[in-house]
Ligand binder design. Structure first.
Ligand code: TYD
Ligand code: MG
Length: 449
């Protein structure tokens, strides 16, 4: 295949230069020029020959694309209901967290129903086979290919015609069109573009494994996220047994949807009742711990927030969060001071979500404030309480979405009392659960004197 023309494009201003330069000649930004291949019209053979035509929007068939189950309910959930033909899914995460395991398991599961090709660029077929044996699943019809040249992969895929293809990983694949090394932004972007074109043209579901850089982003700063249909991230600490897969972008489903798995010696097992694992279930009530009901994606979940407040030796006390937003904590402490009369300017405050899950919604405000206060006063909250609600700067408690559903989840797990925003009070009583609806922070604090 003829070498494509190369040019260097500035990430900051989009300026084009024929040669690499430390500084963009157009806008003066440093280190922003990246190698890119100039598109060659006839590169994708027969594909260019397809005539496109204008259609009336109202007449376009809006039928839901049929979904095929991946064989794992939790994976189907994060994908928005199953695999879609022609969709490109990027799975990111730290090394060793289970990306290859999850996708190999998924490939084996669907291989009996759909033709599946697993392209490995990191491990040899023997290593993948060993892992497959460990997974102990039934029939295994997966075809495997050890190849890293993008054009070769596509050529083989075009003749093999798989319905599901896994690329492990996109950073090892390289295109002969570019001179830069595999894994560089230019290579990753170019190979992804070629694979996306292939997926759309052939209706193949393509999974890409993406490595995460030290800064925690996928290599090729967010470029890949724009090119693919769905982006899944593994979160949770690799020290714990549990693995959480979160959809952070999905053209075919809800974002922030979580799939929860446990890593066992036979691969990843799905956890269908995740509420149970995010609670540490202390034997006695402990201070600084509050249970909240969060709703990530389409499912309510009980998680435990923990706070530790300790006298600070520093002029500027620490505000440290794990799984929560740090700025939000600083803001809540200010609200607690102004509207609750509790001062913490000389205290370090640490906050954590048990189980390595990340809570990004504002419903964590009220439980977090109560956890902080509980640690500060060294007085535990009763263990059968559950709390959620957003706190506004004026000290008001604002409602969150799907309040009633959250309350039912709490009742299902045996909680007896819920402190919730006024507007989230359920119309009909929930059996076994006393709901305390509060409108202001002050009222919430008074519940627990
Ligand atoms: P892997 O899928 O190779 O991670 P990634 O592709 O994200 O780098 O996962 C490797 C880890 O999972 C490794 O530490 C071993 C562990 N593991 C198990 O505990 N049980 C298993 O059945 C398998 C296959 C892996
Ligand atoms: Mg791997």
């Amino acid at each position: 295949m003829a070498k494509a023309k190369i040019q260097f494009v500035c990430n900051a201003c989009g300026g084009v230069a024929p040669k690499w330069n430390g500084q963009c000649p157009e806008c003066g930004a440093w280190n922003s020029l990246h190698e890119t291949a100039l598109a060659v019209a006839s590169r994708q053979g027969g594909y260019a020959g397809v005539q496109s035509s204008v259609q009336r929007l109202a007449e376009v068939s809006a039928q839901e694309s049929p979904r095929v189950s991946s064989g794992t309910e939790e994976l189907d959930r994060v994908l928005g209901g199953g695999l879609i033909a022609g969709a490109v899914i990027l799975l990111g995460g730290d090394p060793g967290i289970g990306k290859s395991t999850l996708l190999l398991q998924n490939a084996i599961n669907v291989s009996a129903r759909l033709k599946t090709l697993y392209v490995t660029g990191e491990e040899s077929p023997q290593q993948v086979s060993l892992r497959a044996q460990r997974l102990h699943t039934g029939t295994n019809e997966v075809n495997i290919l050890a190849e890293t040249r993008c054009e070769a992969i596509l050529e083989i895929a075009q003749s093999e015609k798989p319905k599901v293809m896994v690329i492990d990983s996109i950073q090892t694949v390289y295109s002969a069109q570019l001179q830069s090394a595999p894994g560089s932004v230019a290579q990753v972007r170019e190979c992804t573009a070629q694979l996306v074109r292939f997926a759309k043209a052939s209706d193949t579901t393509v999974f890409l494994v993406g490595h995460v850089t030290k800064e925690g982003t996928l290599a090729g700063p967010r470029v890949l996220e724009h090119m693919v249909d769905t982006v899944l991230y593994f979160e949770g600490d690799s020290g714990s047994r549990f693995r959480i897969v979160r959809a952070i972008k999905n053209r075919f489903g809800a974002i922030n949807e979580l799939g929860v798995f446990a890593m066992t010696e036979h691969g990843l097992r799905e956890v269908t009742n995740p509420s149970a694992i995010f609670l540490s279930r202390h034997e006695r009530p402990v201070s600084g711990s509050v249970i909240m009901v969060t709703r990530e994606g389409t499912r309510p979940m009980l998680v435990e927030l923990q706070a530790l407040v300790d006298e600070s030796p520093l002029a500027q006390p620490r505000r440290v969060t794990v799984g929560l937003e740090q700025n939000r904590l600083a803001m809540l402490l200010a609200v607690l001071h102004r509207h609750g009369g509790v001062q913490m300017y000389n205290q370090d405050v640490y906050a954590n979500v048990v189980g390595g899950v990340r809570v990004s919604e504002t419903g964590a405000d009220l439980p977090l404030v109560l956890a902080v206060l509980s640690s500060f006063r060294d007085r535990p909250l009763p263990p059968d309480w559950v709390v959620f609600g957003e706190i506004g700067l004026a000290g008001e408690i604002r409602p969150v979405q799907n309040g009633e559903e959250r309350l039912r989840e709490a009742a299902k797990h045996g909680f007896k009392r819920a402190i919730v925003p006024m507007a989230n009070a359920p119309r009909r009583a929930i059996e076994g659960l006393e709901v305390v609806a509060v409108a202001r922070l002050q009222e919430a604090l008074e519940q627990w004197r």
